[in-house]
Ligand binder design. Structure first.
Ligand SMILES: Cc1ncc(COP(=O)(O)O)c(C=O)c1O
Length: 402
């Protein structure tokens, strides 16, 4: 260890900082993460504050500075700028804003990768259909190719009608990491926008959104980042801010019949912030608690968090392939992250296995039928997990898979 290396972290003590049931093993951060106790305390603190004076403690008229400070802090973490950041309650909502607010024209095409999350594909199909366009699916290399080959595969899939491409940063089924920054650069040169489903990006991979050519990045903060449930964001590239149509119109300044609707004197008209943030009253307690997540992550060190998740994931890979003989579906090395998936032996009912693992062994994982006769198991460990959790998983799977 060199003097500049951070102190090693005692991971068992980190586990104690979460409220997870001690009698259970939670290996499903890819669906939803747990949040540290300090974050829950902050949510409660902010809710109490709001209740102390709902008018002054909720309205942006009085909370505007704190709201702005939160955007600056989050933007700093995401390598973004506060100006282009819109907070949402989940990635579905954030990406709906991008997809339905996109300036589609009749005949336009939205190209989506074949590994995309169904709900977001639904949103994309519906958004482009309403504008008189269509969606097309592109099959991409699945088992690990270098960035240049992946960029080329996307470029090869374009048609003259393609206006936008929708791709995940990290795919939901296998944790495949797509080189979204390089793809966005190549697409921008052709005048095509990249819309990134970043549900699994924040907290798992370092992000530099402001410097990238990604047109829209919708990310979750309640997965790998460890924020309260119902926290997410959309980051909009500078070039796209004036073209995005708000899906909710409130006090924010939007064009009305060619004129500008100017709201109350206390609100400065015309900014992206006005249009996308002045969309009615809501509690901001969950969002304000994100400051506490940033503090928690800073204290542990971002690099240590990423490395710990990668180490646990590698251990899952080694043990499930080496000791149980399962076939791993996730590409090797840094070509995948966070989530790690395996093919289950023929004849295994994935829902039954998921329920048995929970009820008999108190282990939470994800399992599903990929296609008839082919079932997948997905493990997503996070920093609250210990090596002993993976020992238990291996024992349980050995019993249940026979
Ligand atoms: C790739 C991907 N996109 C989008 C979502 C939707 O996230 P949310 O339900 O938080 O909107 C998920 C959820 O698992 C996902 O895996």
């Amino acid at each position: 260890m060199s003097p500049s290396d951070p102190c090693p972290i005692a991971w068992p003590t980190i586990r104690e900082q979460f409220l997870l049931d001690e009698q259970q093993i939670y290996l499903n951060a890819g669906t939803l993460s747990a949040m540290p106790r300090t974050v829950l305390d902050a949510v409660v603190r902010h809710l109490r504050h709001e209740e102390a004076n709902p008018t002054r403690h909720v309205s942006l008229r009085w909370q505007g500075d704190a709201w702005q400070a939160l955007h600056v802090a989050l933007a700093d973490y995401l390598g973004a700028t506060a100006e282009g950041l819109i907070l949402h309650v989940n990635a579905t909502e954030a990406l709906n804003q991008a997809l339905f607010g996109f300036p589609w024209q009749a005949g336009d095409e939205l190209l989506v990768g074949h590994m995309e999350y169904g709900a977001i594909v639904n949103a994309g199909r519906e958004a482009v259909r309403r504008a008189g366009g269509s969606l097309r699916t592109l099959t991409l290399p699945e088992h690990g190719v270098d960035d240049a080959a992946m960029v080329q595969a996307v470029l090869d899939g374009l048609s003259p009608q393609t206006r936008a491409v929708l791709l995940s940063h990290v795919t939901t089924r296998t944790g495949h990491v797509l080189p979204v920054a390089a793809i966005a650069r190549a697409l921008a040169e052709k005048g095509v926008a990249l819309i990134v489903d970043g549900a699994h990006g924040p907290g798992l991979l370092p992000l530099q959104l402001a410097d990238s050519a990604i047109a829209f990045y919708g990310g979750n903060l309640h997965k790998w980042f460890m924020g309260p449930k119902a926290t997410a964001f959309l980051f909009v590239h500078e070039d796209w801010r004036s073209r995005l149509q708000p899906s909710i119109v409130g006090w924010g300044n939007v064009p009305v019949d060619g004129a500008r609707h100017v709201p109350g004197a206390e609100i400065s008209p015309g900014t992206f912030f006005d249009v996308f943030q002045l969309q009615g009253i809501r509690s901001r307690a969950y969002f304000f608690a994100l400051q506490e997540v940033l503090a928690f992550r800073r204290q542990l060190g971002e690099r240590q968090i990423h490395e710990r998740v990668a180490d646990l994931r590698q251990l899952v890979r080694q043990r499930l392939t080496g000791e149980l003989g399962l076939v791993c579906l996730s590409p090797p090395g840094s070509l995948s992250a966070g989530l790690i998936s395996f093919t289950l032996p023929a004849g295994i009912n994935p829902t039954g296995l998921q329920e048995t693992l929970f009820h008999r062994h108190r282990i939470t994982v994800a399992a599903w039928e990929e296609k008839p006769g082919q079932a997948h198991l997905r493990i997503s460990p996070h920093i609250w997990n210990l090596e002993s959790d993976i020992d238990h998983l291996v024992v349980a799977l050995r019993v249940e898979l026979g």
